[in-house]
Design a protein around this ligand. Sequence first.
Ligand code: AMP
Length: 401
Amino acid sequence: MKNFYEYNLSDNLNKSLKGLRFNKPTEIQAKTIPIAINKQDILANAETGSGKTAAYLIPLIHQISTIGKVSGLILTPTRELAQQVSDVAKLLVGYKSNIDIALIVGGASMNNQLNQLKKRPKIIIGTPGRINDHLEKKSLNLNYFNFFVLDEADRMLDMGFEDQVERIINFLPLKRQTLLFSATLPKEIIKLSSKYLHNPHRADVKENNVIKSQIKQKVINTKTELKYDQLVDEITDRNGSILIFVRTKYSTEKLKKRLIKDTVKSSALHGDLRQNKRNRILEDFRKEKFRILIATDIASRGLDVPHIEHVINYDLPQVPEDFIHRIGRTARAGSIGEAVSFITPNDSKMWESIEKLLEKLKNPHKNNEYDNNNNNNSRPYSKKKNRTKSKSRKYLRSRAY
Ligand code: AMP
């Protein structure tokens, strides 16, 4: 694989990459950076953990530094991911840089964001809801944002952001470069891509990092009424940080209260918490102030907390793909991790789908049975097949994040 120096990046970028100890590009970076520097649109099939953040930030920062009239808008599905992308962007531009970066996410101070936007930042990283708020207030002008990244596009649709994303795209100039990153490529994403990308270059990462990495899997076949006591046993038997996934926002709080009552220090993370509380909880978890975090699937993607040693699927996710994202929170950067999954009789169908997906990812070339049988109708936003269920799907989604 190439070395970053071969891309003739700006000096600042080379310096930052050295500081970050990014020596060689990852597979997705090697497949996207030269193409994006050439100003081509890209449809990338890559997930968190592949190095995708730098895959789009490096060409963006390079173009800003060398061409000048380039500004980038990066849309992410969650506030936490936007924060993480903003942190990486700041590291890559370097602390001496005059490239302003604005973070525009819900739950944060509007005044602070208005001040950030008045500086006409070169890079805006945000979530769809708050970006639309600013567009409506006319405090944000996207006319000159000619580099657009849609990050975790499949998740974006899962979370019901399709209309919001399309509204934002309509504010962007037609003459722009668009990069779409998605962990999966169901037909909704292909449709979105053909509508908004111009003759995109396809960049696929064949190997799945999660499957490749050293994650030990443990399955506990159980009954709902036994799960809690077994969870306490698992927690007691393990050292190090544990991320526990449950299905709904309500269950995160319920489980936290129960654990605290049993003197197990833990915290809950879900979409109903105020943003500064969400940030504080994550910050404390990163600093290892407590070792057990209970979360909804809001934490299943994007979070890069290197010391998570165990992921416990107390409840299974609603879609099989989220299982891969969840367990990918452990064994970061080549370390060893363990995933524990509780399976009750009610979970047997979902578990079967998860096993099929795992099998497919382990043998990507062997068969495409999973794609044919599951993929297209397993996602909550698959409009055609689930038209009659759309209301309850929406309700499920609103409880889940
Ligand atoms: P991402 O998929 O963007 O969340 O990146 C996953 C992890 O890979 C992060 O911890 C990055 O800091 C790290 N990373 C990204 N690119 C490189 C690289 N070229 N060399 C080493 N580590 C990297």
